[in-house]
Design a binder for this molecule. Sequence first.
Ligand SMILES: [Zn+2]
Length: 114
Amino acid sequence: MHEMAIAESIAEQVEAAIAAAGHPRVLEIRVRAGALRAIVPEALTFCFAAVAQGSPLEGASLQVAVVPVTILCPACGVRAELEDGAPLICGRCGGPGDLIAGRELLLESIEVEE
Ligand SMILES: [Zn+2]
């Protein structure tokens, strides 16, 4: 279950960010996870709650947005979102596509109490 390690990494990043801001209470954290990361949002949310327990992040809500795998075809310029597990192939010309989204893991925003 790699979600636990990811949850710990997110908690570390958020704690570092709020330390710099004088430790406000965190209400909501948003992350964007590429589909290729194979993250189960519910599992990540669950792991994050476990990691946050007893820490300054306890009670913060974690929102996970899954970013679809997206390719850009260098031959014909088509940009397409692919189904999970589909090969990175252009649907128009059948050539290999360049991956432009789907592998990222980004801390998008942290909402804190005013
Ligand atoms: Zn193409």
